[in-house]
Design a protein around this ligand. Structure first.
Ligand code: FES
Length: 145
């Protein structure tokens, strides 16, 4: 367990973000976490500094049926703010996203979208989640809504 996991942060959203800091808000839960860029330990899920990595470090539930290796779409999320600070999707992610439900222009896989610089980020995790595991048949993890 990382040291961040047990920490309950009290974030004052009225204060401007300090230099070198990363602030991530996960919707619809509305949970906001902050940490200094480059200091978060890798949690072994998804790419280092991906939204899945952040979620795992701070106990935010973001499904990741394949473990964060770009083989499902359960970590699908929508980028609401901060897209300029996020890595460009690679072909593997783009191919996988074609199997995702309710894809939008701001859709990314949480395990592949990496925060590349300090700043404010807001992502929304769809309420539904369908798991299209690479072996084949879709496995519904939760009913819509
Ligand atoms: S967790 Fe499976 S693609 Fe991200």
């Amino acid at each position: 367990m990382s040291e961040n996991k047990s920490a309950q942060q009290q974030i004052d959203l009225s204060k401007p973000l300090a230099e070198k800091m990363v602030r991530v808000t996960f919707l619809p839960e509305g949970k906001t976490v902050e940490f200094e860029f480059g200091t978060m330990p890798y949690d072994n899920h998804g790419k280092p500094m991906s939204f899945l990595d952040v979620a795992e470090n701070f106990d935010v539930f973001l499904d990741h049926a394949c473990g964060g290796v770009c083989a499902c779409t359960t970590c699908h999320l929508w980028i609401k703010e901060g897209e300029k600070g996020i890595s460009e999707p690679e072909d593997e992610e783009l191919d996988r996203m074609e199997t995702a439900s309710s894809i939008q222009l701001n859709s990314r896989l949480g395990c592949q979208a990496v925060i590349t610089k300090p700043g404010t980020y807001v992502v929304e995790i769809p309420k539904w989640n369908r798991n299209y595991v690479s072996e084949g048949k879709p496995l519904t993890l939760a009913e819509n809504k």
